[in-house]
Design a protein around this ligand. Structure first.
Ligand SMILES: O=C(O)[C@H]1O[C@H](OP(=O)(O)OP(=O)(O)OC[C@H]2O[C@@H](n3ccc(=O)[nH]c3=O)[C@H](O)[C@@H]2O)[C@H](O)[C@@H](O)[C@@H]1O
Length: 425
């Protein structure tokens, strides 16, 4: 692969930052080996030559990291699959006991959570994942199961949970509009009671508490771009309210515990984020568009597509979350990428990038279907425009997104392509 250059033209060889005395840098190839081929599937009936080709193709993306991946072997004759265990875990940093933290990640098997867990594990911490697997999946973190620093607990945060820990990343909550609207009462219960329980735990253990809030707390904004001191424009009784108001009350609770009980808090307001391990069918726009284009189906733009979003790649978000947790900033901080697209422009870009990757991977362009963009009704209360003002993150965390949308989308296309080949998409 040609070198990947970030927004400033610097080659991306690692992700993470050195901030506030905390070095969170890890090589990008190590991370890729954890997600680019989640289960490296081969077929037992393949002829040796095609196995070799598969190995070669695979090695291109994960460099020297194949020993740290599990393989799944598909037996076509009996339509069964056997999973191999890892020969060894990816090496993790060796930290002194005083630097090694016990970190609880709620929603740790979700899309954002699993990437955070990868980082924290590689950095040498002890990580406990709490997840009810409503939208998360065990396979996103299964590559750490059995590691002495790792623990996974099936638990719903609406029920209290006790553990000794130094830091809590509280991410648990469905985030995709179709998922969070599926059971609105449960969503608001998760936001309120889940956050109440985790803040109670933080108070008791004196752990530092970070909550993943969202750009949705700004509602359908009348201020553009949105700075943290904008109070928002939210319909309190609409179909999105369970999430928007849920997160707003979660922030209120967080600052209540901070003022009243001295809990050390961090609040990240996350703007639209995408990347590998997003559930391909969770209904959000990036996964929908890529999967539709890869399958040669029509791409569904809601409304006329003039609404805007600004898309952030997962690695930038994780850099921001870790920097925020280790900073002294207790005010809310927007984490997002300022590259704003109309949804129609974005659909065209995704279509172009999917085609580019397919052709690079040797598919004959003549066999590719011309993908059409079709329009569907606009969901109620869908925000018309959204772009973060990230001045605060830049000033207090020295954080800025590095990944261009083109780079991030291309990598996500490769991830879904591998899933398609695996038969799990
Ligand atoms: O991806 C995210 O990070 C965010 O996703 C949602 O917010 P939303 O901006 O509505 O996200 P999408 O469902 O991905 O929709 C983005 C835009 O694309 C449109 N869309 C979506 C899906 C589709 O197939 N076609 C389409 O045009 C939607 O109408 C919307 O205007 C969540 O509510 C946020 O909390 C979450 O942080």
């Amino acid at each position: 692969m040609p070198p990947q250059l970030d927004k400033n033209g610097v080659e991306i060889t690692d992700v993470g930052l050195l901030r506030f005395g905390f070095d969170s840098r890890v090589p990008i190839d190590t991370l890729r080996s954890l997600y680019l081929r989640p289960h490296y599937v081969t077929s037992s009936s393949d002829v040796a030559a095609s196995d070799e080709k598969e190995d070669e193709e695979h090695a291109k993306f994960v460099k020297g990291n194949t020993p740290y991946q599990s393989k799944s072997i598909y037996h076509a004759d009996s339509n069964s699959i056997s999973y191999t265990t890892l020969s060894r875990f990816s090496p993790v940093r060796l930290l002194s006991p005083s630097n090694r933290k016990r970190i609880l990640v709620t929603g740790g098997a979700g899309f954002v959570g699993s990437h955070l867990v990868d980082r924290l594990m590689l950095l040498g911490h002890e990580v406990t994942v709490l997840d009810n697997f409503f939208t998360g999946s065990k396979t996103t973190v299964s590559h750490w199961v059995g590691h002495p620093n790792f623990e996974m607990v099936r638990h719903d945060v609406v029920e209290p949970f006790m553990i000794e820990c130094d830091q809590i990343y509280h991410l648990a909550c469905p985030a995709s509009p179709p998922h969070y609207q599926f059971n609105a009462v449960k969503t608001i219960k998760t936001s309120f009671m889940g956050t109440l329980n985790m803040l109670g735990l933080a108070k008791r253990t004196k752990a530092r508490f970070l909550i993943s809030s969202t750009s949705e707390i700004y509602g359908d904004p009348e201020v553009h771009p949105q700075p943290e001191d904008y109070w928002g424009h939210v319909n309190p009784i609409g179909p999105r309210a369970c999430y928007d108001e849920g997160k707003r009350v979660a922030e209120t609770l967080t600052y209540g515990f901070h003022r009243q009980d001295g809990v050390d808090v961090r609040v990240a307001r996350i703007f639209n984020t995408y990347g590998p391990r997003m559930n391909p069918y969770d209904g959000r726009v990036v996964s929908n568009f890529i999967v539709q284009a890869l399958k040669g189906e029509d791409m569904t733009v809601y409304g006329d597509g003039s609404q805007t979003r600004s898309f952030q790649y997962i690695h930038d978000l994780i850099d921001g979350l870790i920097a925020l947790m280790n900073s002294d900033e207790t005010r809310p901080v927007n984490l997002g990428n300022g590259d704003e697209f109309t949804i129609l422009e974005f659909a065209k870009l995704v279509r172009e990038l999917v085609r580019k990757v397919q052709i690079e991977d040797g598919i004959d362009p003549a066999t590719l279907r011309d993908i059409q963009i079709v329009h569907r009704p606009m969901p109620t209360d869908d925000p018309q425009k959204r772009r973060p003002d990230t001045t605060r993150a830049k000033t207090t965390l020295d954080w800025q997104p590095r990944w261009t949308v083109r780079m991030g989308v291309e990598e996500m296309v490769r991830y879904y392509k591998a899933k398609l080949a695996e038969g799990s998409l």
